[in-house]
Design a protein around this ligand. Sequence first.
Ligand code: PGA
Length: 258
Amino acid sequence: MSSRKKLIAGNWKMNKTSSDGVSLVAELVATIGKQSEVEVVVCPPFTALESAAKALDGSTLKLGAQNMHFEASGAFTGEVSAPMLRALFATHVILGHSERRALFGETDALVNKKVLAALKNQLRPILCVGETLAEREAGSTLSVVQTQLEAGLEGVGKDQAASMVIAYEPVWAIGTGKVATTEQAQEVHAFIRGLLTKHFTDVVAQKIRILYGGSMKPANAPELLAQKDIDGGPIGGASLEARSFVELVKAAAAVAVL
Ligand code: PGA
């Protein structure tokens, strides 16, 4: 059994107004706001961050953002910086999500700048990597993941590495209902753990959480979360409703105490 605490992160994407977000967080606080077996993070859209921060204050729930700019301030219309997120008590930030890469042209180099800026500002990056269906079918899953991971981690020191969270999210499994099999997921997670060992050290690699994302639901979570190298998940669709999100946190807690 690993000593890594499971991490469940709700990625709300572009869903929920500020008041919808407060209602959801209030429900989560009422049911799982005191548990500490699992690290639980909610990542609302920017417009709901401040109200969510207030709603989860005093609970064990943590706050994350879904993206940020790498500069601290300046003429970057429409962008939000790491210090701005820190000022709202955010602790995590999702970076390099496949939707940002595919729809907003984010490159590995840009994602890397964001990772470094997040770490500099004491935000834990949740660095997302994953292959498309075409890449999987072409047999290039591991090389795609390796390129994204190594580029994303460039310049990250050994001393900062344990603050990183890696999320393996096969693009073909995100929001599609097609979940990777436990074998497919565990294979890539073990591969990532091996790369982290090479890049940092074994001790550091054993501390870094590697999450699986892509249609994780209460029905498939127990098996995925029981895998040796799967330390939790970023949850999209199932994080928008308290009931399914709470069930996922409970599934993670059940594995944690095995
Ligand atoms: P999904 O999204 O759970 O809706 O597949 C996961 C994610 O994109 O982080």
